[in-house]
Design a binder for this molecule. Structure first.
Ligand code: AVJ
Length: 322
């Protein structure tokens, strides 16, 4: 087996520059915010993997259930020759798709795109071993900005799973979907996972688990800033908050300062003052209804071709055609 190809569009220097810009914008804004993009260093990625195994966090299991049941149908409907996976991380769920596409014998190429070079290297190597029939071409990049970097294949299906689209704000989401559409030719496919609106207590518990894993995941972003930007946040001085926003139908994760404090961010030559009880918003995770998904896809130029949910109706998987 040859080593899978890895194309780096997003270097560590790019990431560092983006983090500096993002952190300055968010920490000097009112209210304060940080992009969820920065959760996923090695420790954060590991914490996220633990979240997916929590009893309260239903999403990963629900999406798995849908893919287990419908992967073969997806393969038959699309006859995809190229599978592009955005924000692929460990590419776990993609394996179900790859297995199904192996049976239809149409797939030639697998192109996972992720910001994490280490996660991508591990995933592409493992998949290349299990799928010697495929050309595996990993792209290190930010899925919101590097779509044009996806070298044109043919018969493409773009998979964006895990409900990650919910982490984009509505305007970012519209821009992102339009960019995916622009990268595709008519007749090519988008497979999109979305978490669904449900009982508010269940959603809140999914983001505020009894074991406190999500709280640690949330605080980890402060450790990332401490290390990367030479900041002096004391993570233990912030409490984890998960709030349901009824109007927007999204969950917000915040870090709430338990005392007034001044934080030094040396790399930005910036002092950030927190009042006692002040919040730093670290993530939005939107929950959807079928009609909203369909409408947003249509505005972007996609047609909703199939819609599946798990038995409990917790999670939605859309197959849309460009
Ligand atoms: C990465 C989009 C699946 O929004 O649920 C998990 C990340 N945040 N717990 C989500 C997350 C808090 C997550 N996704």
């Amino acid at each position: 087996m040859s080593e899978p190809e890895l194309i780096v569009h997003f270097t560590e220097a790019d990431a560092a520059r983006q983090l500096r810009e993002d952190a300055r914008a968010g920490l000097t804004d009112s209210p304060k915010w940080l992009s969820p993009k920065w959760f996923y260093d090695a420790a954060g990625s590991e914490l996220f993997e633990r979240i997916t195994e929590l009893p309260e966090y239903y999403q990963t299991r629900a999406e798995h259930e849908i893919l287990r049941r419908h992967a073969v149908e997806i393969a038959e409907l699309t006859g995809a020759a190229t599978l592009v996976e955005l924000g692929s991380g460990s590419s776990e769920k993609t394996r179900l798709l790859l297995e199904a596409l192996r049976k239809t014998e149409t797939l030639r190429e697998f192109v996972p795109l992720d910001v994490s070079e280490s996660a991508l290297r591990a995933a592409t190597t493992a998949i290349a071993v299990d799928h010697p029939e495929l050309t595996v071409r990993g792209v290190v990049g930010d899925f919101t900005t590097e779509l044009a970097a996806l070298r044109a294949g043919t018969g493409r299906m773009v998979a964006f799973l895990g409900g990650t689209i919910g982490n984009l704000l509505p305007s970012e989401r519209a821009e992102f979907l339009a960019a995916v559409r622009a990268a595709l030719r008519p007749g090519e496919w988008l497979l999109l996972g979305t978490d669904l609106v449900k009982d508010r207590q269940r959603v809140v518990r999914a983001y505020d688990d009894a074991r406190g894993v999500t709280a640690e995941f949330n605080r980890n972003v402060l450790r990332v800033l401490n290390r990367e930007l030479r900041a002096d946040f004391v993570p233990e001085d912030f409490t984890h908050v998960a709030l349901w926003n009824t109007e927007q139908e999204w969950i917000e994760m915040r870090l709430r300062a338990t005392r007034a404090m001044r934080v030094r961010v040396a790399e930005l030559d910036l002092d950030v003052d927190f009042a006692e009880g002040e919040d730093l918003r670290t993530e939005v995770s939107a929950k959807f209804r079928r009609e909203r998904v369909r409408d947003e896809l249509e505005v972007a130029g996609f047609g909703l071709h199939r819609w599946w949910t798990d038995d409990a109706g917790d999670f939605g998987l859309s197959l849309a055609v460009a």
